[in-house]
Design a protein around this ligand. Structure first.
Ligand SMILES: *Cc1c(COP(=O)(O)O)cnc(C)c1O
Length: 353
């Protein structure tokens, strides 16, 4: 039986049409801006997001980091949610490279509104570093793929701009957010100063992310990309797959969201697992396993013995992510295996008592 890989939506393999496009891609040296396929991808991304320019970057982390570096200078603070990717999963780059201090705030379901942010905002004084940037994440990964509504994000941008503070969006899964809200990614991101989105997550490309913003911002980000070692050469072979992902994949995201619902509803019925399926609106299912009596990492190990892959994100919580390479039947099999493992554990502990 084939593996059901629910660890992340990064695990998808390129489709046959992506591989064909990669093989046939027209290329040139992108550091000289001469790769026609990269140029097409960047222009198309800018158009879709209604921006002046785009920049292809090797990873979402590099895209986020280029934005942070351009928007801030050393000794400033960056306000972000305490579960955010830029704070937890990017090797402390904002400190190591940009010399910034993360000022974390907790938002309900990972979503930050202006009322959460305002108390954390700092003007530079004799003893306080000023806020250089606010960064939001939509969808919020570790908060279970939660979606930030348009009005909430726009208010954050308006209030921040009124105080001269730029706002970046880590939109790794912004197409999932737009799918959940039934709007366009342009509608969702218009007021942000910069947006990073991933081609290599739900959109299914093998590699790459894109940063979009004003021409001036992208020119600066291009220099930071080079500084970080991300200036690539005949990289049209990757951009070719990215273009297909960008054009074709958003339309199939509802399927991933439906599969995540199947997982969420099934998991919620298993004794010991806690989650609210109504909160699962995109392709990420995060659930609490504390009452099962087994740590998440051990559950993941037992699932793996039965060819189901999922990640523990803390001893008490697990994450399952749906994507193009898992289908409904795979999700149902994951539920059956999970049920079996936890039922076995209940019997074992009942006998032991
Ligand atoms: C995956 C992800 C990124 C970027 O990750 P890379 O692995 O560097 O491409 C950024 N933000 C969020 C919320 C993510 O989930």
């Amino acid at each position: 039986m084939s593996l059901v890989d629910l660890r992340s939506d990064t695990v998808t393999r390129p489709t046959p049409s992506m591989r064909r496009a990669m093989a046939e891609a027209e290329v040139g040296d992108d550091v000289y801006r001469e790769d026609p396929t990269v140029n097409r991808l960047q222009a198309r991304a800018a158009e879709i997001f209604d921006r002046e320019a785009g920049l292809f970057v090797p990873s979402g982390s590099m895209g986020n980091h280029a934005a942070i570096k351009v928007h801030t200078h050393h000794g400033q603070e960056v306000i972000c949610e305490e579960r955010s990717h830029i704070y937890n999963y990017e090797m402390a780059t904002m400190a190591a490279v940009s010399g910034c201090l993360a000022r974390t705030v907790r938002g309900e379901d990972g979503i930050l509104g202006w009322d959460d942010i305002a108390p954390a905002l700092r003007a530079m004084t004799a003893e306080r570093a000023g806020t250089g940037l606010i960064s939001l994440e939509n969808t919020c990964n570790i908060a279970g793929g939660a979606v930030t509504p348009v009005e909430l994000a726009e208010r954050v941008c308006d209030e921040a701009h009124a105080r001269g503070v730029p706002v970046h969006l880590d939109g790794a899964r912004i197409f999932n957010a737009a799918t959940a809200l039934g709007c366009t990614v342009g509608d969702l991101t218009r007021k942000f100063d910069s947006v990073m989105f991933c081609l290599s997550k739900g959109l299914g490309a093998p590699v790459g992310s894109v940063l979009v913003g004003s021409k001036e911002f992208i020119e600066s980000a291009r220099r930071v990309r080079k500084m970080l070692g991300g200036g690539m050469r005949q990289v049209g072979i990757l951009a070719a797959a990215g273009l297909i992902a960008l054009e074709e994949s958003p339309a199939r995201l509802p399927e991933d969201h439906e599969n995540a619902q199947v997982l969420a509803r099934g998991l919620a019925e298993i004794p010991g697992i806690r989650l609210d399926p109504a909160k699962v609106r995109t392709n990420i299912v995060i659930f609490d396993v504390q009452e099962t009596g087994i740590e998440s990492f051990e559950i993941a190990r037992r699932l793996k013995e039965k060819d189901i892959l999922a990640n523990g994100i803390s001893p008490a919580t697990m994450r399952m992510v749906t994507h193009r390479d898992v289908d409904r039947a795979g999700c149902q099999r994951a539920l059956q295996v999970m049920e079996g493992i936890l039922a076995g554990e209940r019997t074992r502990t009942a006998v032991a008592q």
